[in-house]
Design a protein around this ligand. Structure first.
Ligand SMILES: Nc1ncnc2c1ncn2[C@@H]1O[C@H](COP(=O)(O)OP(=O)(O)OP(=O)(O)O)[C@@H](O)[C@H]1O
Ligand SMILES: Cc1ncc(C[n+]2csc(CCOP(=O)(O)O)c2C)c(N)n1
Ligand SMILES: [Mg+2]
Length: 336
């Protein structure tokens, strides 16, 4: 069906039917604003992150359902990075007239799935005609007990650095898709690009256990996101190249494309893993949680004095300064 048959308000009605107001909401879809009842003991966490056709996704690589799903997950990832619980979501859409009702239904199927998985209630949004590309821009509201909030700023010198999973998979998956390489053998990589899993359970668990001194999610690439954490904490860092967790499919794909796999892990982006620093006195507790299978986390280095900057230590022991080389919309966006 053509979206023009439905009209803006017909589409809102259709979305509203799919997302009846949840019990915890004072006011959901249908008024000038949504209303929620914040809890006294928690901070509200608010974040927004847009996906734009041609910049963040290509309809040749991702279905509308995947785009909807990913748009939710990248926002949940920012709530996870604070240690918070995802609660509410609003979805702003820029439609171009090329999308059909069926495609928007698929988009909302992905939004619904990711929302259900992460405990989000959809309580509003906006629809506008876009004379440029199609875009989807969720806003997510989360909550965190005041004493448990983890920022980018709390790392101490000598704190150990951990990541929650393998890095570079999504970037390698996208590179394979762009090169038109048969991706059947590389399902894990393309899946991580098309339908990332935000680490909200891990973020929450770590914050509740008061383990991280600082935390950030990896959206632009380790080299850039670690630089943000360093800057906000007023420190440098040393990364052991040999300790960065790389998946077997990533290593095979990199070999096939003639690229060093570590390049994807350092600068690729869209990992949506958590990077966090752990003070020495919390190390045993974390290692026990890892041993007992409560959480997956891999030690990749440590925080250093500010003058160190960002250093990569190669397996041979050679050290080289690492520049932030991840995604930067204003430096890289044009190249894609
Ligand atoms: N246009 C803007 N106006 C005001 N604040 C902004 C704007 N863009 C970003 N910020 C703020 O800057 C900070 C860093 O934003 P950024 O988008 O780099 O977050 P991120 O989580 O590192 O990135 P990503 O977009 O990859 O998730 C956040 O506090 C964000 O709210
Ligand atoms: C079709 C297509 N081409 C290129 C990319 C790569 N890319 C786009 S935005 C981004 C960083 C995270 O975004 P943000 O900082 O906005 O959260 C990356 C790595 C892609 N995902 N899809
Ligand atoms: Mg972030």
């Amino acid at each position: 069906m053509d979206l023009r048959q439905l009209g803006e308000f017909g589409l809102i009605d259709r979305i509203q039917k799919r997302f009846p107001p949840p019990a915890s909401t004072v006011l959901g879809i249908g008024d000038d604003a949504a209303a929620i009842l914040p809890s006294k003991k928690q901070h509200l966490l608010l974040t927004t992150d847009t996906l734009i056709e041609g910049v963040h996704f290509d309809p040749a690589f991702s279905t509308f359902q995947e785009v909807g799903y990913k748009s939710v997950m990248v926002n949940v990832s920012d709530i996870a990075a604070m240690g918070g619980t995802p609660r509410y979501i609003l979805i702003s859409l820029g439609l171009t007239g090329r999308q059909r009702v069926e495609a928007i239904d698929q988009l909302y199927k992905g939004i619904e799935r990711a929302s259900r998985e992460t405990g989000l209630d959809l309580i509003g949004g906006n629809i506008a005609f876009s004379t440029g590309p199609f875009f989807i821009s969720p806003t997510v509201v989360g909550e965190i007990p005041k004493k448990e909030m983890v920022t980018r700023a709390g790392a101490g010198e000598g704190d150990h650095l951990y990541v929650t999973g393998t890095l570079g998979d999504a970037a390698a998956g996208l590179a394979l898709l762009k090169k038109g390489i048969d991706t059947k053998l590389f399902g894990r990589l393309t899946r991580r690009y098309r339908a990332p899993q935000a680490r909200w359970r891990e973020g929450r668990l770590l914050a509740k256990a008061r383990i991280p001194s600082a935390m950030i999610d990896l959206s632009d690439g380790l080299s850039s996101d670690l630089s943000h954490l360093m800057e906000r904490s007023g420190l440098g860092a040393e990364i052991d190249a040999a300790e960065i967790p790389l998946s077997a499919p990533l290593q095979r794909a990199a070999l096939q494309m003639g690229v060093d796999s570590i390049e994807y892990a350092l600068n690729g982006g869209e990992d949506y893993e958590l990077l966090f620093s752990v003070p020495e006195r919390k190390l045993k507790k974390l290692e026990l949680m890892i041993k007992n299978g409560l959480i997956k986390a891999y030690r990749i280095g440590k925080m250093a004095p500010r003058r160190t900057g960002l250093m990569l230590i190669n397996p041979s022991g050679r050290r080289r300064a690492l520049a932030p080389g991840g995604w930067d919309h204003l430096k890289k966006g044009e190249k894609g």
